[in-house]
Write a protein that binds this ligand. Structure first.
Ligand code: 0RA
Length: 641
C-alpha cells in the first residue's frame, strides 16, 4: 500500500530486492534443497509450512483455530484467527512486514523488537519458499479493523498490500496454487495431511484444527482438551495398560515449555515419540536423552526407597524402564536446532538438563501422590530386569562351554584334525542317515560333520534364553566356538567354511530357512565375512554304459538327455530325493570334494530374505502369515508349518 510495485520495473533495484529475487531464483532452481522433494511429499510440505506459521501463532497463545481447505482446483487455503501478520512498513527495507515474511528466505526476523518465531516445517524455511514455488499466492490479513490483501505470482508481488475493506476480528488467510512447472503432482492426499494435523492438534491442547476437502466433501475437526495425555491414550488404545491414567508432566523452564505424557502397557517395546516445536524428532535428541535419564534415575530411587529393589541388587537399566512404555515428549523452544541428515534430531544442549530436572521433579511428585502407580510400574521394570539377567546368564553359560574347553565339544560332532580355522570346513547335515554317509565320505583332515535332527527350532517365537537351551542350537554354537550376538568373537571361530547340506525337498528348504535365520540374527558377522555356504547336491545321476553324469538342475537334465539320444545309446536315469540315498563315495564326489563340488556362498541378502520368509511363516502375527500362504499356495504344495 505504501510503495508502488511498479517502481521495480524501473532501474532502481535496491540491495534488498536483489536478495529477494536471488532467494526466489535459488528456491525455484533447487526446490529439493528447501522442501525435500518435488513429488507429493514436497507438495504436502507446502501445506505444513504455511499451517505451521499459524501453529506458531497458536503456541504463542494468540490463536485457537486453524482451517485448511483443499480446493477442487488444487489450490489450498490456510486460515487462522491469530493477530494477523503485521502490515506496517519496516524502516530500513521500506517494505511491509507482510511482504518481508513472504519474500525473504529465513525471515525469522524481528519486527520492531517483537520476535517472530519461525519454526514448524521440516526445514523451517517459512512462507517465502511456498510463495516462490506457487503459481500464485494470495494473502488476506484482518487487523486493526481492516482487511488487507496482496497477490503474488511465482513469488513476485503482482499487487501492493491494499486495504480492501473492514474487519471485525483478526487473523490471516493464505491461499496458494503449487506451481505445476515445479511439482510432479498437484494432488494432495487428505489422509496424510489429516494425520499430521491430528498429531499437531494433540500437541497443542485447546487448538482446533479443521481440514476440508472440496472434491470429496470430507470435513474433519481435531480438538483435544487433554493434549498429549490424549495422544498417549490413543497410542495405547489397543493395549492393556498398567495404570489407568497417563502421567502428565508440564513445566516451563526459562523460555522452554516441557511437556511429557507417559503410560505403561503390558507389551515389551518402547514407544516413545519426541517433538520439538510440534516437529516429530524421529532421531530423538537432547530432549529425549534428558527424559530417559530422569526416568531411569527416578525409578531406581523409588525402587530402592520402597524396598522393591534391595541394596545389594543391581540398578534398573534404561532398557528395563522403557519396556512397555508409551510416551510423548514435547518441548517448545525459541530457536530449535535440528541436526543430522534428515534434520530429525534436536541439538540444543541446554534442553537436556531442563527436561531432566523437570521430569525428575514432577515424576517424584506424581509418585508421592500415586504410590500405587509407582508400584505397578516398578514391578513391570523389575520383571524386565530379571528377564534380561536370565538371558545374559544363559548366554554366558553357552559361551563358557563353547569357547575355552575344546575337550567338551559335542559328541555328535565328527571333528576334523586340522586346527587352522582357515583350512577347516564344517558341514551341517540334515538327518542322521545323511550324517552317517557324510562322516564316511568326508576328508577327515579338514572336514567336520555335525548332523542336525528334525526341525531344529522355532527361533522366532523363542526368547533368547529358551532358544539357547535348545539342544541342537547349543550343539551348533558350541561346535563353532565363537559365541553369539554381542559376544560373537570371529577370531574364535573353529571353521571358516560353514556349509549347509540339506535335501532338495520341502523339509530341506525349511531347515535351511531356519538355519539361515539363526545365522542372520545371531551370527551375522559370519555371513558378512563370507563364511557361510550352501552345498549343491545333485538331483539326478545319468548312467550310459560305463559313463556316469551328475545333473544338478532340471534344465541340465533335459539338455544331457537330449545329447545322449543323438548318440542312440541306452542310458539310465536315477533321481536322488535325499542325501541319504547317496553312498558315501557318491556324496564325496558330487557334493563334498573341493575339486568337483559347487558351493553357493550365502550373501546377506539371501539371509535377510530367509529371515523375512521365516518371520512371515513363523511369526506371531496371523494375518500376514495367512496372506503369505495363500499367495504362495500354488508354488508350495507341501508347506510344513
Ligand atoms: C509477527 C507478528 C505478529 C503476528 C505474526 C507475526 C503472525 C504471523 C502469521 C503467519 C500466519 N499466521 C500468522 N499470524 C500472525 C503480531 C505482532 C503484534 O500484533 O503485536
Amino acid at each position: 500500500m505504501e510503495k508502488p510495485v511498479s517502481s521495480k520495473n524501473g532501474n532502481d533495484y535496491s540491495a534488498a530486492d536483489i536478495q529477494v529475487l536471488g532467494g526466489r531464483e535459488a528456491v525455484r532452481r533447487r526446490p529439493g534443497m528447501y522442501i525435500g522433494s518435488t513429488d507429493q511429499r514436497g507438495l504436502h510440505h507446502l501445506v505444513y509450512e504455511i499451517a505451521y506459521n499459524s501453529v506458531d501463532e497458536a503456541m504463542g497463545g494468540f490463536c485457537n483455530r486453524i482451517v485448511i481447505d483443499l480446493h477442487a482446483d488444487n489450490s489450498v487455503t490456510v486460515t487462522d484467527n491469530g493477530r494477523g501478520i503485521p502490515v506496517d512498513v519496516h524502516p530500513s527495507t521500506k517494505k511491509t512486514a507482510l511482504e518481508t515474511v513472504l519474500t525473504v528466505l529465513h525471515a525469522g526476523a524481528k519486527f520492531g523488537g517483537k520476535t517472530y518465531q519461525v519454526s514448524g516445517g521440516l526445514h523451517g524455511v517459512g512462507s517465502s519458499v511456498v510463495n516462490a514455488l506457487s503459481e500464485w499466492l494470495e494473502v488476506t490479513v484482518y487487523r486493526d479493523g481492516k482487511k488487507y490483501h496482496q497477490r503474488y505470482e511465482r513469488g513476485i508481488p503482482s499487487t501492493e498490500v491494499e486495504a480492501v475493506g473492514s474487519a471485525n476480528g483478526t487473523g490471516t488467510s493464505i491461499s496458494f496454487l503449487a506451481d505445476e512447472e515445479i511439482f510432479t503432482t498437484l494432488e494432495y492426499d487428505f489422509d496424510t495431511i489429516a494425520e499430521r494435523l491430528r498429531e499437531t492438534a494433540y500437541l497443542n491442547k485447546g487448538l482446533q484444527i479443521q481440514i476440508r476437502e472440496e472434491k470429496t466433501d470430507r470435513d474433519l475437526t481435531y480438538y483435544f482438551e487433554g493434549g498429549i495425555s490424549g495422544f498417549v491414550r490413543r497410542l495405547n488404545r489397543n493395549r492393556a495398560v498398567r495404570h489407568r491414567q497417563p502421567i502428565v508432566i508440564s513445566k516451563p523452564v526459562n523460555n522452554t515449555i516441557i511437556e511429557v505424557a507417559m503410560q505403561y502397557n503390558d507389551g515389551f517395546t518402547d514407544n516413545t515419540l519426541s517433538f520439538a516445536n510440534c516437529v516429530n524428532t524421529i532421531d530423538g535428541g537432547t530432549h529425549l536423552t534428558g527424559f530417559r535419564s530422569a526416568l531411569t534415575r527416578v525409578l531406581n530411587d523409588w525402587a530402592h526407597r520402597t524396598r522393591l529393589l534391595k541394596d545389594d541388587e543391581p540398578n534398573l537399566v534404561g532398557e528395563d524402564v522403557r519396556e512397555g512404555l508409551t510416551a510423548v515428549v514435547s518441548v517448545k523452544l525459541s530457536e530449535p536446532q535440528f541436526e543430522g541428515q534428515t534434520k530429525g534430531k534436536l541439538g540444543n544442549i541446554e534442553i537436556k538438563s531442563h527436561v531432566e530436572s523437570a521430569v525428575s521433579e514432577e515424576l517424584n511428585l506424581y509418585f508421592d501422590e500415586h504410590p500405587e502407580d509407582a508400584k505397578k510400574i516398578l514391578e513391570k521394570c523389575i520383571t524386565a530386569a530379571k528377564a534380561r539377567e536370565a538371558a545374559r546368564k544363559a548366554r554366558d553359560l553357552i559361551i563358557r562351554k563353547s569357547s575355552l574347553d575344546t575337550g567338551t565339544l559335542p559328541g555328535k560332532l565328527a571333528d576334523c584334525s586340522e586346527k587352522d580355522p582357515a583350512l577347516s570346513e564344517l558341514f551341517l547335515v540334515e538327518g542322521d542317515s545323511a550324517g552317517g554317509s557324510a562322516k564316511q565320505g568326508r576328508h577327515r583332515r579338514f572336514q567336520a560333520i555335525l548332523p542336525l535332527r528334525g526341525k531344529i527350532l522355532n527361533v522366532e517365537k523363542a526368547t533368547v534364553d529358551k532358544m539357547l537351551s535348545h539342544e541342537e542350537i547349543r550343539t551348533l554354537i558350541t561346535a563353532l566356538g565363537a559365541g553369539i550376538d554381542d559376544d560373537f568373537e570371529p577370531l574364535r571361530l573353529r571353521y571358516h567354511k560353514v556349509i549347509l547340506m540339506t535335501d532338495a525337498d520341502v523339509d530341506g528348504s525349511h531347515i535351511r530357512t531356519l538355519l539361515l535365520t539363526f545365522f542372520f540374527r545371531h551370527m551375522v558377522e559370519l555371513i558378512h565375512r563370507g563364511y557361510l555356504y550352501i552345498a549343491q547336491p545333485p538331483l539326478y545321476r545319468i548312467k550310459t554304459g560305463r559313463e556316469e553324469r551328475w545333473v544338478f538342475t532340471e534344465q541340465e537334465k533335459v539338455e544331457v538327455l537330449a545329447g545322449l539320444k543323438s548318440k542312440a545309446s541306452k542310458s539310465e536315469l536315477q533321481r536322488y530325493k535325499g542325501l541319504g540315498e547317496m553312498s558315501a563315495e557318491q556324496l564325496w564326489e558330487t557334493t563334498m570334494n573341493p575339486a568337483t563340488r559347487t558351493l553357493l556362498q550365502v550373501t546377506i541378502e539371501d539371509a535377510a530374505k530367509a529371515d523375512e520368509v521365516f518371520s512371515v511363516l513363523m511369526g506371531g502375527e496371523v494375518p500376514p502369515r495367512k496372506a503369505f500362504i495363500q499367495a504362495h499356495a500354488k508354488n508350495v504344495k507341501n508347506l510344513d508349518i
